[in-house]
Design a protein around this ligand. Structure first.
Ligand code: SER
Length: 317
């Protein structure tokens, strides 16, 4: 991995992943791909090249890949689960037509491709506790449908054309840098902003609803490590379960209240998000990632909560 294109570089994952790759991959050129209206700013803009990279424009992608001699594409363009339920056709267009555009360019130019999957790729008939790597995937959300199809299509391009596709199934991601936009797990980020700003938090997800969550530094590490893993050790490719913590709203609010006792929370359940959350795993088994590329998270719940609060206090107060 040397010349890298990050598509969706101003989004929740991309904004931090682009900077990490620029810092940590020696001699790399990391192109920040964005869509008009979501231009890179500040350090992201200043620290390297940026280009309009709309996944729906295959020729545009091919031009960037050729111009920068790109060898690795991080495809982070997606509508998250709750938004995708409101705009299913747009989600399909971005997640599926966009993906095949990228895979075609990758096939022609021999690029590696990372397109994340998600806990959203599972559904109501999936075993919810200790969800295995290889199990039933029959999601009922459009987001989930596109994520399962992403896994299958990415594997297809590997087996049929030898395109080096690899990915992980991300849990809900928690970060103090860029807010997520319209996911089911967003509450686990928003509760921190309410706590630090002294506002009441209105929780859209019911008590007792467990989901896998992960602190962003671990998610970024997973995204980089999987692309650098020794391919001869990989039995799986698209996509690996990765896990670090699982909680429900009561557990996360109690962990925050230990540090910010004034946090007030009440429930106002969003039926769309709740139905999605109920269909997702409570906790995934990530033993294949641990065995095949030495995946190991650094943050547990307490370490994440400490770091989130310290960083948000610096940012917001
Ligand atoms: N965080 C995503 C969502 O909630 C799941 O991958 O949609």
């Amino acid at each position: 991995m040397k010349n890298i294109l990050v598509i969706g570089s101003t989004g929740q994952i991309g904004s931090e992943l682009t900077m990490k790759l620029r810092r940590e991959i020696p001699g790399s050129t990391v192109v920040a791909g964005y869509i008009p209206g979501a231009e890179p700013k500040g350090e992201l803009l200043k620290s390297g090249p940026s280009e309009v990279a709309d996944v729906r424009d295959g020729q545009g992608l091919a031009d960037i890949v050729a111009r920068y001699d790109i060898d690795t594409v991080y495809n982070l363009a997606a509508l998250l689960s709750a938004v995708a339920e409101r705009k299913p056709l747009m989600a399909w267009d971005i997640q599926m037509n966009g993906l095949i555009n990228i895979l075609e360019v990758a096939r022609e130019r021999r690029c590696a491709v990372f397109t994340p999957s998600s806990i959203g790729s599972f559904g109501p008939s999936t075993p919810h506790k200790g969800t295995p790597q290889d199990t039933i995937q029959r999601p009922r959300s459009m987001y989930g449908v596109t994520k399962v199809a992403t896994e299958l299509l990415s594997d297809y391009y590997f087996f049929k054309y030898g395109v080096d596709t690899r990915a992980v199934r991300f849990p809900g991601l928690i970060s103090h840098v860029t807010l997520p936009g319209g996911g089911t797990t967003d509450y686990a980020v928003e509760i921190f902003y309410s706590a630090v700003c002294g506002e009441e938090f209105v929780c859209p997800i019911a008590a007792g609803t467990f989901m896998d969550m992960m602190y962003m530094p671990d998610a970024l590490k997973a995204a980089v490590d999987i692309m650098q893993a020794d391919p001869s050790r990989l039995v799986h490719r698209n996509a690996f379960n990765v896990a670090s913590m699982s909680f429900d709203p009561e557990i996360i609010s109690a962990a925050i209240r230990k540090r910010i006792p004034s946090l007030k929370m009440r429930y106002e359940i969003d039926p769309v998000r709740q139905a999605i959350a109920d269909s997702w795993p409570d906790s995934m088994d990530d033993s294949c990632a641990r065995a095949e590329w030495d995946w190991k998270p650094s943050y547990d719940l307490d370490a994440m909560v400490d770091d989130m609060i310290a960083n948000l206090r610096r940012k917001l107060l």
